[in-house]
Design a protein around this ligand. Structure first.
Ligand code: FES
Length: 428
């Protein structure tokens, strides 16, 4: 039972109620993850609102491969391999910037921000067959956007983005539709966490807050009228809260705190109304979405707390991108998204909420990183290698939309993610 299994025996490594710790620690399995998940699946690169102006770009990665998300002079967002067509140098060393032309530092080939090769120094040495139009930047094999969220895949074929998102598409809508115009501004910058632990630890665990974040939870309980501008009341992770863990399929999972937020939406709206322009914001939401949907969206507060498998999470106001660097090394990029077309006081409130828990000096995220590192260390003890994930297994059930739901602290979310992990890893 404890003996290491063959690398490909994922049915053994991921069982219904337990998983083998090696999936967090084995460098060979990490290599397989790069090949079978990160170099194949739809990965989110970010949101088009990060690069609003013609020429804006972000250099990032698809798994280990460097890519460039750039808005061309024609206004269109494209994703290219970040590789010069001459001898393969990366074109952009800066992570972000604005360029009309991208010049390779090595021998000076120049590309337009729409991808065409514009200029080749001393081009007459290439002979008559050389055609510049044959050497434009290489697009990623597949790219699709959903309401500005840019996804790309290194696999030339496979399910469409909408098929991949499935039921989870509605949570991207909830994130965006906290603005009456459905638009966001993602130019506030990025902050990042890097921890010495596996990428699969990140997020969607409703069991840990009472312990890892106990001091924060206690302070919420002490604060009259709830916390974070009345967003949560009492304990949102208790069985009595009405909240849920939800497995929406394809590895997409969330801590669904909508039930308790809807139960307390009037208190939340009372807090909004006290802010400058708050009444206008509520009126604009009702005008845009109708009273019933506006009430639901305001209760969600643009916070679906969802993980879109494998590398995107929408938590609070942040677009969170997970970037695995090694089996025990992970970077998490957090982009605060402001709402467009709302009073400044609403965005100010949302930013303060974000900073208080997730910011570099926040009360929550640093604890998570510390816990992930200790988790990685503990998994180095392999005499008994199994990780037990049966919490709530016998009481989870199917919701009317087909998703699987459990109580707030149940491991429905981890099981949903790992079920998809096993499926992807088992595909030849
Ligand atoms: Fe880019 Fe030579 S590698 S110009």
């Amino acid at each position: 039972m404890n003996a290491p299994q063959a690398l490909s025996d994922y049915a053994h490594l991921v069982q219904t109620d337990r998983i083998h710790g090696s999936i967090y620690t084995d460098p060979a399995i990490f290599e397989q993850e790069m090949a079978r998940i990160f170099h194949r699946a739809w990965l989110c690169l970010g949101h088009e609102a990060e690069i609003p102006q013609p020429g804006d770009f972000r250099a990032t990665t698809l798994g280990r491969q460097p890519v460039l998300m750039v808005r061309g002079d024609d206004g269109q967002v494209r994703v290219f391999m970040n590789r010069c067509r001459h001898r393969g140098m990366t074109l952009c060393e800066d992570e972000t910037g604005n360029e009309k032309f991208l010049r390779c530092w090595y021998h000076g080939w120049v590309y337009r921000n729409t991808g065409e090769l514009e200029d080749v120094p001393l081009a007459n040495a290439y002979g008559a067959q050389f055609r510049r139009e044959d050497f434009g930047l290489t697009p990623v094999p597949r790219m699709e956007s959903y309401r500005g969220f840019v996804f790309a895949s290194l696999a030339p074929t496979g399910q469409s983005l909408l098929e991949h998102l499935g039921l989870a598409r509605r949570y991207l809508d909830i994130f965006l539709d906290a603005s009456p115009t459905g638009e966001i501004d993602v130019t506030a910058g990025v902050h990042r966490t890097r921890y010495r632990g596996n990428w699969k630890f990140v997020g969607m665990d409703g069991y840990h807050p009472h312990y890892t974040h106990r001091s924060v939870m206690d302070s919420w309980k002490r604060r009259p009228g709830g916390n974070m501008a009345n967003l949560h009341h009492g304990d949102p992770f208790s069985d009595e809260s009405g909240n849920l863990t939800r497995d929406a399929g394809n590895g997409h999972v969330l801590l669904d705190m909508f039930p308790s937020r809807l139960a307390h939406v009037d208190e939340y709206l009372g807090g909004i109304r006290k802010r400058p322009g708050g009444e206008d914001y509520i009126a604009a939401m009702q005008e845009a979405h109708g009273p019933q949907r506006a009430r639901e969206l305001l209760a969600w507060a643009g916070d679906p707390h969802v993980g879109i498998y494998p590398n995107l999470q929408l938590i609070g106001i942040q677009i969170r991108i997970i970037r695995p660097l090694a089996v025990d090394d992970t970077e998490v990029l957090m982009f605060p998204a402001l709402l467009k077309d709302v009073p400044p006081s609403i965005n100010e409130m949302r930013l303060r909420q974000h900073e208080s828990f997730y910011g570099p000096a926040g009360a929550g995220a640093p604890d998570d990183a510390e816990i992930f590192e200790r988790n990685q260390q503990g998994l180095g003890a392999t005499v008994e290698p199994w990780v037990y994930l049966a919490r709530g297994l016998e009481r989870e059930r199917q919701d009317t939309d087909g998703s699987i739901i459990g109580m707030p602290g149940d491991e429905t979310t981890q099981r949903g993610q790992l079920r998809e992990w096993k499926r992807m890893m088992s595909e030849a």
